[in-house]
Design a protein around this ligand. Sequence first.
Ligand code: NDP
Length: 291
Amino acid sequence: MQLLDGKLAAQAIKEDLHQKTSTLLQQGKRAPHLAAILVGTDGASETYVASKVKTCAEIGFESTLKRFPSTITEEELLQEIDELNNNDAVDGILVQLPLPKHISDDKVINKINPAKDVDGFHPVSVGNMVSGTPTFIPATPYGILLLLKQYNVETSGKHAVVIGRSHIVGTPMSILLSRKSNPGNCTVTICHSATTNLKEICLQGDIIVAALGQPEFLTADMVKDGAVIIDVGITRVADASKKSGFALKGDVKFDEVSVKSSYITPVPGGVGPMTIAGLLMNTYNAYMNKQ
Ligand code: NDP
C-alpha cells in the first residue's frame, strides 16, 4: 500500500506557486489576490476559510477576508460580490458555503463573475467543464486529479466508483474521471443514497472515491484487492481525548481498507490539503488569464 500524501503533494504545488509569485513581484507586478466571503460563525467554515487565507500568505498571494454576520440580507451580500467583481485587483472570489437559509446559494454563485469563479461552481464554469473547455474546476476534484497525477496513478481504462453526487465533489469528479484525459479515461459509476447494490458496485471499483460524509462507511468487505481509495469525507466526531473536543473522520475505515488497497489517502492529510492546492492553482490561473 502506498499512501497518497496530500500534504506532501500540496506542499510541492505551494512551493511552485510561491516561486512564481516571487518572480511576478520581482518583475514589478502585483501578486494574485483571492477574496473570501464568510457569513456567520460556523466552526468548520471558519476553520476552512482561515486555512485558505493562511496559505495565501504563505505563498505570497494577497487575500481579503470579508466577514458578515448571519443577519446580512441576500441583497447586501449580492452587492458585496458585485464590488469584488468590479475590483480589478481581485482575481478570485470564493463564498464559503453553506450560507444561512434566507440566502440562495444559487443566486450568490450566479452573481460571481465567471472569470473570478475560482471555486468553479458558476454554471458557466460547470458548462465549460462538461464540454471539456479549459475552465475553473471545483477545488476538491481538481486537487484529487493533481494528487493522482503526482503519484502517477494509472486511471485509463479503470472502473471508477464515485460515492456521492454533490455539485461540489461527486458530480464533477465523475465527469472529470470519465473524460478522455490523464488522469481520467475511466469507466465511471456514480452512486448515491438511492443506490441499492452499493457494496456490489464498490467491489468492482478499481478506483473508489468516497464523498458521502458518513464516517468510516467504506469497509474492507466493500473493496477489492489493489483498489485505489480516495477518501474525501471529513466529519467532526466527538472525541474527549482531543483538545478541540472532536476528531476528523473520513468516509473510509482506514485501518482495514488500507491493507487491501494499492493507494489510499489519509484523513486528515489527503484530499483536504489538495483542495486548498486546487483553489490556489485556480486563483493563479485567474490572475494569469488577465495578463
Ligand atoms: P453532500 O452531503 O452534499 O453529498 C453527499 C452525497 O453522498 C449525496 O449525493 C448523497 O446522496 C450521498 N450519500 C449520503 N449517504 C449515502 C449513503 N449511505 N450511500 C450512498 N450515498 C450516500 O456532501 P459533499 O459532497 O459536500 O461532501 C461529502 C463529504 O466530503 C463530507 O464529509 C464533506 O465534509 C467532505 N468534503 C471534504 C472536502 C475536502 O477538502 N476534503 C471538500 C468538500 C467536502 P443523495 O444525493 O441521494 O442525497
